[in-house]
Design a binder for this molecule. Structure first.
Ligand SMILES: NC(=O)c1ccc[n+]([C@@H]2O[C@H](COP(=O)([O-])OP(=O)(O)OC[C@H]3O[C@@H](n4cnc5c(N)ncnc54)[C@H](O)[C@@H]3O)[C@@H](O)[C@H]2O)c1
Length: 438
């Protein structure tokens, strides 16, 4: 990737297109509006709250990221969504049950009610536990993709947007393996015409976005833009893409803890993770085929952080199990338990128990915001194809073919900030620091 020589300014409106208007998407949109009205703070968002050190520690230069790189302003965001369930933003947020009605939804009811989802390219064959009436009709999948493209153009025109970004916030689809249909643009377009079962709705949105020159990020674990046909199309069209699966909850904890064990050369022979959650996402994941997609995304993490091939004595015999249990009384307030069996000096065993009473959508919303703003930045900087520097936000980061993903949250964070420095022509920070002792 070439170092940007210039970054176009973030002038005008940025349209944020969200396939899926459920818990995560409504929590994100409501939080942005609350921040704009000064009713709440965008906590958890690096673009809004983090600083970045520049130069030497003695220079005292640490601006906010948003003052260092040219990002779109929150006031310039406008939102468009698709969902087979026709609820407007207020009704959907109430149903999701994440934010307090009186404290956080009623004060912005006018705004939330004004966002109504466009008809979705939805097929219940790919999300078994859901259905809704707000769906597109088409003779084949290509027609559905073209209808999404028409929606995109109309939305841009009607809202006077300068630029757009798309972030998939819809349900986890069933597990689909990449096959011959995903190899080239020709095979993919022919596959859409033939209604190939390997082409799920999320792929149609990704295709539509890339064809329209819009950056695309995938917040769910299903196959969406992570196959050769769309990866190559993104490069050809000069569009940034990234995925997949927002890194929240238990996997966030895993990518915080596991690098700690590894750096101290502590062994690990077992990690059992179980969750109870009762939101719509939990219901969708109760279907074994959707769970399989999630499981694959969650399991890769430890393998890549701990590198059992390089450290067989410490991690060669590790048992990793992940369970998700749908339990309606809990709603969006998930509880995740981890039992971690580690061992230390002379092989003595120890146990760590983590009980994380988390709120999934509260952790996911700032990720949607940061991905929106950073993807838009990448687009204006002429960066195209897979944006590995945004791995920080994903459970299962998309990488160049043949390259293993970096899962360690701290390496990902370092990579993200160094990329921002690189984009702006600032020196990389290596943390070597010998110059302070000369
Ligand atoms: N909440 C988290 O912390 C978190 C973390 C990682 C990933 N995710 C993923 O983000 C996604 C959204 O999570 P959520 O909690 O908001 O779920 P949700 O069930 O509340 O919302 C998803 C919405 O997507 C809609 N949808 C399904 N298929 C669609 C299609 N083809 N087109 C348009 N809309 C469609 C559904 O009708 C639903 O309203 C899920 O895939 C989830 O696995 C969430």
């Amino acid at each position: 990737m070439k170092q940007p020589t210039e970054i176009r300014p973030a002038t005008g409106k940025l349209g944020v297109l969200l396939p899926g208007f459920g818990a995560v998407a409504t929590t994100f949109v409501a939080g942005v509006e609350a921040a704009r009205r000064g009713l709440a703070k965008p906590i958890g968002s690096l673009t809004q709250m983090a600083t970045i050190r520049l130069g030497k520690r003695t220079e005292g230069r640490a601006p906010f990221i948003k003052d260092f790189v040219p990002l779109a302003d929150l006031d310039d965001l406008v939102f468009g969504t698709w969902d087979p369930i026709p609820d407007d933003g207020y009704a959907s947020a109430l149903n999701a049950g994440v934010l307090h009605k009186e404290q956080h939804l009623d004060p912005i009811k006018d705004f939330l009610s004004s966002i109504k989802p466009m008809s979705a390219a939805f097929d219940p064959g790919y999300v078994k536990k859901l259905d809704g009436p707000n769906k597109k009709k088409g003779a084949n999948k290509r027609e559905l993709a073209e209808a999404i493209r028409a929606d995109i153009r109309r939305f841009k025109e009607e809202n006077g947007c300068d630029r757009l970004v798309m972030v998939w916030c819809a349900s986890t689809e069933i597990y689909v393996r990449p096959g011959p249909v995903h190899e080239t643009l020709e095979s993919f377009e022919k596959g859409m015409e033939d209604n190939d079962p390997g082409i799920a709705p999320s792929q149609l949105y990704a295709y539509a976005a890339i064809m329209e020159g819009i950056p695309y990020a995938n917040g769910a674990p299903n196959l969406s833009a992570d196959f050769p046909a769309l990866e190559n199309l993104a490069v050809e069209k000069g569009v940034p893409i990234g995925g997949k699966d927002f890194k929240t909850g238990q996997t966030l904890m895993k990518t915080i803890l596991a690098p700690g064990f590894k750096t101290r050369m502590l062994g690990l022979n077992g990690w059992f993770s179980t969750n109870i959650l009762g939101n719509r996402d939990g219901e969708v994941l109760d279907d074994p085929e959707s769970f399989k997609t999630k499981e694959v995304s969650k399991l890769g993490v430890l393998e890549h952080i701990l590198q059992p091939n390089m450290y067989p004595e410490l991690y060669g015999d590790m048992y990793h199990k992940v369970r998700i249990n749908y339990y309606p009384p809990r709603g969006d307030n998930k509880e995740g338990w981890d039992n971690i069996d580690i061992f230390g000096w002379m092989g003595y065993p120890m146990q760590i128990k983590v009980d994380f009473l988390c709120r999934d959508s509260i952790l996911a919303a700032p990720i949607v915001l940061d991905l929106t703003l950073f993807m838009d930045l990448a687009g204006r900087a002429g960066m195209k194809g897979i944006q590995e520097w945004l791995s920080f936000y994903f459970k299962s980061p998309q990488t160049a073919p043949g390259l293993y993903p970096e899962h360690d949250l701290f390496i990902q964070h370092w990579k993200l900030k160094n990329t921002l420095r690189w984009m702006m022509g600032e020196e990389q920070i290596t943390h070597l620091g010998v110059e302070y002792y000369e």
